[in-house]
Design a protein around this ligand. Structure first.
Ligand code: NAP
Ligand code: FER
Length: 337
């Protein structure tokens, strides 16, 4: 790798509210030599995900915060360019948490070999990767949908939401998505087959839910929290299941918003709200991946990716993710396949 440097994006400062470009810095590190038992990976794709915002805070409820100066944590897809272990051969494609950098050394324990026959490499970070598994298990296992149910999903055009909505349709559920632009609403309704869409930036979510969910809501897949979730809770049915996936509306606030406290509604509705982490289903991810891959082959699941070129553009793209500028799974292309 003589003549090459390893460009990395590091955490320069802990963001206050919405991250700024100055919270990140582009640094040049060495391309490390793999030792015996290790591999060198050339990164091709970076995954940009909302959870990374939480890791930029000084404290975290369930994961280790990033240190200042540390390479931004995150999933990547890359190619083995040097192997000093029989477990990997040069040219193999792998996925793992190697962070926002062009090259990384690993002992292989955090790498998953990507089955490149299932789809383009980028899908290992999206529909066939962490967000796809989140949708699959968070919806089917936590949400427990039944044929004929009414399902509502927030952040519906995003990496997780678009998969949840399509699985919901496959399960025979009336499916309503909430998203933030007319183009996203058009996409979920006309390309993905959702029954209805609500633009929470221009419409009254509560009034629209009454209109498009006349029989109430049986499953709510919650990606956002905040006022959108308050509105959905007003429509839950007896025995509803609320799958709490994330609360992106709160991620860039120093203090969580206080608003109507609606958990009491679950009493009369005998409803269940349950949080989950995609990792709790890790023993079954392969099953979820094969199932989604099958649906893609059959044309029953489509996916949309939002690709930004160049590692230097990762911070700007991440700031956009926090504001709904992405349309589909957000990825940064770092080098050629
Ligand atoms: P994504 O939906 O592709 O992107 C984030 C989207 O959130 C934005 O495009 C934006 O879409 C929406 N958003 C941003 N600010 C918002 C606000 N204030 N109110 C409402 N919506 C807002 O991201 P993703 O990767 O699929 O993640 C979706 C959720 O799943 C996040 O909460 C994430 O933390 C969670 N998650 C959880 C797990 C788990 O294991 N529990 C795993 C992965 C992801 P609009 O234009 O529609 O506003
Ligand atoms: C994981 C568990 C949760 C993970 C990501 C998440 C990268 C995301 C959580 C969130 O967005 O709140 O193992 O792997």
């Amino acid at each position: 790798m003589a003549g090459h440097v390893n460009r990395q994006i590091r955490l320069a400062a802990r963001p206050a509210n919405l991250p700024r470009e100055s919270d990140f810095n582009l640094a040049e590190g060495p391309i490390l030599e793999p030792r015996e038992g290790e591999v060198l990976v050339r990164v091709i794709w970076l995954s940009l995900d909302p959870y990374q915002r939480g890791r930029m805070r000084a404290t975290h409820p369930y994961a280790t915060p990033m240190e200042l100066g540390e390479v931004i944590v995150g999933g990547v897809v890359g190619k083995i360019v040097r192997s000093r272990t029989p477990a990997f051969t040069e040219g193999e494609v792998v996925e793992g948490p190697l962070g926002w950098q062009e090259y990384a050394v690993s002992d292989g324990s955090n790498l998953r070999k990507v089955d490149t026959s299932l789809g383009p490499l980028s899908t290992a970070l999206g529909v066939l990767g962490m967000p796809g598994m989140t949708a699959y298990f968070g919806f089917l296992e936590v949400g427990q949908p039944r044929t004929g149910d009414t399902v509502v999903v927030s952040a519906a055009s995003g990496a997780v939401g678009q998969v949840v909505g399509q699985i919901s349709k496959i399960m025979g559920c009336r499916t309503v998505g909430i998203a933030g632009t007319p183009e996203k609403i058009d996409y979920i309704k006309h390309d993905l087959g959702f029954d209805a869409g609500i633009n929470y930036k221009t419409e009254n979510v509560n009034a629209e839910l009454a209109e498009v969910c006349p029989l109430g809501v049986d499953v709510y897949f919650d990606n956002v929290g905040g006022p959108i979730t308050d509105a959905v809770l007003d429509h839950i049915n007896v025995g509803a299941r609320i799958s709490i996936c994330g609360s992106i509306s709160q991620y860039n606030l120093e203090e969580p918003e206080l608003g109507p406290r609606k958990m009491g509604l679950l009493v009369g509705k005998q409803a269940r709200a349950e949080g989950f982490l995609v990792g709790q289903f890790r023993n079954r991810h392969e099953e979820g991946r094969q199932r989604i891959a099958g649906w893609i082959k059959e044309g029953r699941i489509k996916y949309r990716e939002d690709v930004v070129d160049g590692i230097e553009n990762a911070p700007g793209a991440f700031i956009g993710l926090m504001q709904g500028e992405n349309f589909g799974k957000l990825l940064v292309k770092v080098s050629e396949d």
